[in-house]
Design a protein around this ligand. Structure first.
Ligand code: GAR
Length: 195
């Protein structure tokens, strides 16, 4: 079977990026070959060093004018993984990777999604709305925030004693546990589709 080469886009801490690099470190069909960030201070870049994965920083212009596409092409990237990436993915990237970009969102989409909804803000909104459950959504990426085809969702309880911090910790654990496995199933099931 053909090998798949993944690039991770991360804007911040990169704990999901690390869970993914760890999971695929010795994988026979999937290799993480590049970590990309719009933020030179993203801790995700340090985590990439730990796994010997090369990294690059880009500007909005480089993302939109095709330069980032070129980098991805140079290392034969087959799939893109967003892990705490906070910018909208431009059409030039979406078109180059049809059905081959995945994202994780820390709520049960379509609830608590859309522009400006990320990280802590989501958990604050979930607590404020007195939801009794929340969770994670893994979905394909299109040109709109949080609207691509849903691939998997995993739920967890919101406890009466939760604040956004305790809830965020519970949800993040769920992300680390499930995201790598969902990526694995998604990549291997897409391997026979035309590129
Ligand atoms: C994660 O909770 C991820 O789901 C979320 O940002 C966090 C990044 O943490 N993404 C979004 O909210 C996207 N809308 P990490 O940098 O430690 O992986």
């Amino acid at each position: 079977m053909k090998k798949n080469y993944l690039a991770i886009f991360a804007s911040g801490s990169g704990s999901n990026a690390e869970a993914i690099m760890k999971y695929f470190f010795h994988h026979s069909q999937i290799e993480i070959v590049l970590v990309l960030s719009n933020n030179e201070r993203a801790y995700a870049l340090e985590r990439a060093k730990k796994y010997n994965v090369p990294s690059k920083i880009f500007t909005k212009t480089q993302l939109q004018n095709g330069e980032v596409n070129q980098w991805l092409k140079e290392v034969n990237i087959t799939h893109l993984v967003l892990a705490g990436f906070l910018w909208l993915v431009p059409e030039i990237i979406v078109t180059a990777f049809p059905h081959r970009i995945i994202n994780i969102h820390p709520s049960l989409l379509p609830k608590f999604g859309g522009k400006g909804m990320h990280g802590h803000k989501i958990h604050e909104a979930v607590v404020a709305a007195q939801e009794i459950e929340t969770g994670i959504t893994m979905h394909e990426v299109n040109e709109r925030y949080d609207e691509g085809k849903i691939l998997a969702q995993v739920k967890c309880a919101v406890l009466p004693t939760d604040d956004a911090t305790t809830l965020g910790e519970r949800v993040l654990k769920l992300e680390h546990e499930h995201y790598p496995k969902v990526i694995e199933a998604w990549v291997t099931s897409s391997a026979d589709r035309p590129r």
